[in-house]
Design a protein around this ligand. Structure first.
Ligand code: URA
Length: 254
């Protein structure tokens, strides 16, 4: 059992530890303690106020070890038909697909439409999520697009200038790379509602397939089938945290 004040590593209350790992509310943990269901380093816990060091102490509930993770980061290849939310009455949610997660407070970083596929970061790191999503940080989000309709000849130029959407708002400068036929790669630095679809609509085209390929330095792992996920590597997490704003304008294409 962690002795108060003796250990250098940060410690936390047992009930917070278990609540964060989705094992119950503080009130429920109190009840578990009363029933002798919780042990720390093999000793039955007597009070929920006891402190544990998540890195050193072994916490078990009903004989099973409870692992602790302060932060979790997953890359999901989102399939169509799944919603970018944590709860939904009708559809499966992206966080439900992360079925080996330790924490119960994971959320998707931004939203992909229900019919959009591809890279979605799932984490509980609110600070990182905020920095990746803020339009002020100009983090590139790259999409593969299949569309119907005739792309106007000045389509790339209009993307560079920013496009006025149906509600009168103008997007930040973006990049359109024609891939031939009815395919294109699009880079945007913000996440307005249905942004890519509405940008194409403004040019008289209709998006029929959309897949996100990357967010800043993080690229979708080609080995992930739709619906599959994996934890990010330490290097990927570090790259996302250090990711400097890109500027479409300053690259000489805006
Ligand atoms: N733009 C869209 O229109 N939909 C998405 O899911 C993502 C970007």
């Amino acid at each position: 059992m962690a002795d108060k004040g003796k250990k250098k590593a940060p410690s936390m209350r047992l009930d917070k530890f278990l609540a964060e790992m989705g094992r119950g509310t503080r009130a429920q943990v109190k009840d578990m303690v009363r029933k002798g269901r919780i042990q720390i380093n093999g000793q039955v816990v007597k009070t929920p106020e006891v402190k544990v060091n998540p890195e050193e102490d072994r916490v078990s509930l009903d004989g099973g070890i409870v692992e602790y993770a302060r932060m979790e980061y997953y890359m999901l290849n989102k399939p169509q038909g799944v919603v970018s939310a944590t709860e939904d009455g009708r559809h499966t949610t992206v966080t439900e697909l992360i079925d080996t997660a330790l924490r119960r407070d994971l959320f998707p970083v931004g939203r992909l439409d229900i019919d959009t596929e591809g890279l979605l970061l799932i984490t509980n790191d609110g600070e990182l999520a905020h920095s990746l999503l803020s339009p002020r940080n100009h983090v590139d989000k790259v999409y593969r697009v299949r569309f119907q309709g005739r792309m106007p000849s000045d389509g790339e130029q209009r993307f560079k200038e920013g496009i006025v959407l149906d509600d009168g708002t103008k997007t930040l400068p973006a990049r359109l790379k024609a891939l031939g036929g009815s395919e294109a790669e699009v880079t945007v630095q913000e996440g307005k509602f249905h942004q890519v679809k509405r940008m194409f609509q403004a040019l008289g085209c209709q998006v029929v397939y959309l897949k996100r390929l990357s967010v800043g330095p993080l690229e979708l792992d080609e080995n992930l089938e739709t619906g599959q996920y994996r934890p990010l590597s330490e290097a990927e997490i570090a790259a996302l945290k250090n990711c400097k704003s890109a500027s479409i304008e300053n690259e000489g294409i805006g």
